[in-house]
Design a protein around this ligand. Structure first.
Ligand code: PGA
Length: 250
């Protein structure tokens, strides 16, 4: 059985004080949750402060990005060891906003995944098609390429640790969610594609759905057999709504 993972991607939101305040609220509102792994990804700036706050709780923290080199003349970048040192156990890699605005490709995503794993961070690797790609009926092709190229070359023991997030670009921040059937179809396809590369590890890998997940649609999405959690932007920015997501009714 795959343990569900509910992840909040705060993107470029919240000052340190705001981040600490929401985490304080979450700590008590979800303290009793044991059957779902909880992950918050604040900005780099807030990681240390949030980490001090979540120590000893059931909240894990992750970064939203990293660079693959370990140190040196890379102005503005953050190394995997630095992310780990800040208390992270996870890191988001290849979010569509990074692919779209910051030039990330399947190749750079692959380098980042390997660097994250080497630093004992769990990569949450984002894949997803644009609206045009869906309309052109190339969704499966796009997902397969992102998986084949982005996740190539992992060692057997690493292959089962990775988390994949399917986030249709047209559903991110738009209020348009993929229907549970649409999402399930792609999740099953992604698991199969991953299975062709890594066999049984594909049964262990958690595949999260992302794109306008909210307290009203989370339960239907989570009922799908290949949906193992959510990667949530907007609805994770508020303690009350993120609590509802973590405590979705089963
Ligand atoms: P959203 O963002 O929940 O605001 O659509 C999801 C994401 O980009 O991870």
């Amino acid at each position: 059985m795959r343990k569900p993972l509910m992840a909040g991607n705060w993107k470029m939101n919240k000052t340190v004080a705001e981040a600490v305040s929401i985490v304080k609220a979450l700590k008590s509102s979800i303290a009793d949750v044991k059957d779902v792994d909880v992950l918050i990804c604040p900005t780099f700036m807030a990681l240390y402060a949030v980490n001090s706050e979540v120590k000893g709780s059931n909240i894990n923290i992750g970064a939203q990005n990293l660079f693959w080199e370990s140190k040196g003349a890379f102005t503005g970048e953050i190394s995997p060891a630095m992310v780990k040192d800040a208390g992270c156990s996870y890191v988001l890699i290849g979010h569509s906003e990074r692919r779209q605005y910051f030039g990330e490709t399947n190749e750079t995503v692959n380098k980042k995944i390997k660097a994250a794993l080497a630093a004992e961070l769990i990569p949450v690797v984002c894949v997803g098609e644009t609206l045009k790609e869906r309309e052109d009926n190339v969704t499966f092709k796009v997902i397969e390429k992102q998986i084949n190229e982005g996740l190539v070359g992992l060692r057997a023991e690493q292959a089962g640790i990775v988390v994949i997030a399917y986030e249709p670009v047209w559903a991110i921040g738009t209020g348009k969610t993929a229907t549970p059937d649409q999402a399930q179809e792609v999740h099953a396809f992604a698991r199969k594609a991953y299975g062709k590369m890594y066999g049984d590890a594909s049964q262990k890998v958690r595949i999260l759905y992302g794109g306008s997940v909210n307290p009203a649609n989370v339960s239907e999405l989570m009922k799908q057999s290949d949906i193992d959690g959510g990667l949530v932007g907007g609805a994770s920015l508020d303690a009350e709504s993120f609590t509802k997501l973590v405590k979705y009714s089963k």
